[in-house]
Design a protein around this ligand. Structure first.
Ligand SMILES: [Zn+2]
Length: 194
């Protein structure tokens, strides 16, 4: 690119690739398989989007497409966080709730089961895992989606020096969401008792 600068649309596309490939390691063995599956899916999406861009030369379209694919394959397991990054006390750590613990606090957009009800398959059998879109709905409810959009805008303003996900901030948002739910439930049960 001698003398030619990259377009903003192209920068945004590249930043979206960074986001797509930011699939953190899992905190434990149970998350490992989900990590492998999501990473493989994201790599494949990135490859498809690059091929698409090479064909149509439209980074805006491919950025949007890739962003949608990321939403459809959310991180469904507990990410590994280095101990010194979290700086949590043991008491805090024991209260730390995972996405898996909280996913049934939202209605599933895929199978439409109510809060507290396990996801079902099309044949109305209990699903082995909650639907991916239910995790997205949880991230929306906990403010994680909004947090990521803000982080993306800030990265854009900085010229995309870094656009990785802030796993620590996302964990705090989840904890705050769980606390809000707990206090709402306490208030609700207090009202019915009266
Ligand atoms: Zn579901």
């Amino acid at each position: 690119m001698s003398g030619e600068s990259m377009s903003d649309a192209m920068r945004e596309f590249l930043a979206e690739i960074v986001t797509a490939l930011d699939v953190p390691l899992a905190a434990d063995d149970t998350g490992d398989r989900a990590h492998q599956r999501i990473l493989a899916d994201r790599v494949s999406s990135v490859s498809i989007s690059i091929q698409g861009l090479l064909q149509d030369g439209d980074p805006v379209f491919d950025t949007r497409w890739l962003r949608k694919r990321i939403t459809e394959t959310p991180i469904t397991y507990e990410p590994y966080v280095r101990r010194d990054e979290t700086a949590m006390t043991d008491a805090e750590a024991s209260e730390q709730l995972t996405r898996g613990d909280l996913v049934d606090t939202v209605i599933c957009p895929t199978c439409n089961v109510a809060v507290g009800v396990r996801c079902i398959t099309r044949a109305s059998k209990p699903a082995r895992e909650p639907h991916g879109r239910r995790y997205s709905a949880l991230e929306q409810a906990a403010g994680i989606t909004q947090h990521r959009a803000t982080a993306r805008r800030e990265a854009q303003a900085r010229g995309y020096t870094s656009n990785g996900l802030d796993h620590k901030a996302e964990a705090s948002l989840l904890t705050a969401y769980a606390a809000r739910r707990r206090s709402a439930q306490t208030t609700a049960s207090g009202t019915t008792a009266r």
